[in-house]
Design a binder for this molecule. Sequence first.
Ligand SMILES: *[C@@H]1O[C@H](CO)[C@@H](O)[C@H](O)[C@H]1NC(C)=O
Length: 383
Amino acid sequence: MQIFTVVAVVVAVCSVHAKVYFREEFLDGGKSRWVDSKHKSDYGEFKLTAGSFYGDAAKDKGLQTSQDARFYATSARFEPFSNEGKSVVFQFTVKHEQKIDCGGGYIKVFPADLDQADMHGESSYYLMFGPDICGYSTKKVHVIFNYKGKNHLIKKEIKCKDDELTHLYTLILNPDQTYEVKIDNEKVESGSLEEDWDFLPPKKIKDPEAKKPEDWDDRAKIDDPEDTKPEDWDKAENIPDPDGEWKPKQKTTPTTKEPGCIQRSTTQSTARRKPALKNVHVKSGTIFDNFAITDDAKEAEEIGNETWGVTKDPELKMKQEQDDVKRKEEEERNKAQESEDADADADADEEEEEEEEEEEDTKDDVEEELSESDEAAKQKDEL
Ligand SMILES: *[C@@H]1O[C@H](CO)[C@@H](O)[C@H](O)[C@H]1NC(C)=O
């Protein structure tokens, strides 16, 4: 309660200004605010780096996954805030510079009582947001709310970026129960929470086994005298918070977590007829940066412009230059290989010719022999 009073006062004083609850760009060079989970001893390690190409070596430093095929979990706390009657915006950048084949690039927002050192995949959260890629089939942006202990996925398919560059992901939740998802500061999806998530229990559940009973009354509608309002019936206005407002209480925690992923393929080898199980390795190298939580969509857009917006073009330039160098090296390697092959071919030709000559020699010998024996036969005949 005390905490609420403090927040309310702060809000009253600067209600005209945007409030930034959390910002992390790793500009001071450290990640001391971040607590790595020790829930499992084999969680992968995040290192702080701008990666192998970047727009600015200092500004583009972020948390990078550094070991293949691992889970990752780290978190940072921020001051309590309430979003009652206000928007709340979650934003961060993700860069899969390693050409990711399978792995998540999302954040989670947790309740204040989370034990950061023990955070894991089953820790309950308020929100999960961000891109998820696995193979060719999964390339989407998750927006998952936990409501009354159950996770609710967005019903719309939002495609995420799957290239190697840094991209800005933004989720805006408004007090009128509308939302907007932006990628690279452009709207990719929007709508109402009520329509795009199934927070409410379905009004009717079809029983696939049901048959029309023989004493069925064909009148279209009659009142059910036994009908009562279901206990878990909810008014839509209060979604997703059961208490009437959506508030990451006291201290919440964004985390980044990269799940391992097993893709099954049931390829049958004709020889053995055994289903093969194929593990798709999660390649490390993803960089998370430019975290921001604010109550103002314009402010978030401006932060996006000042961070991702400033470094995206030079980043692309450096990437293209590196690609050019790689392409040239490749071409030269190919050329060298070709001339080597050509030399080898020439040698092989010579050898072939020699062999042919040898063969001809043998043929001649045989023919000679044959003709000799022919002659012998002739002689025999003549005898
Ligand atoms: C962000 O940058 C875009 C592109 O330059 C610009 O159109 C937009 O007005 C900027 N937004 C803010 C809030 O400054």
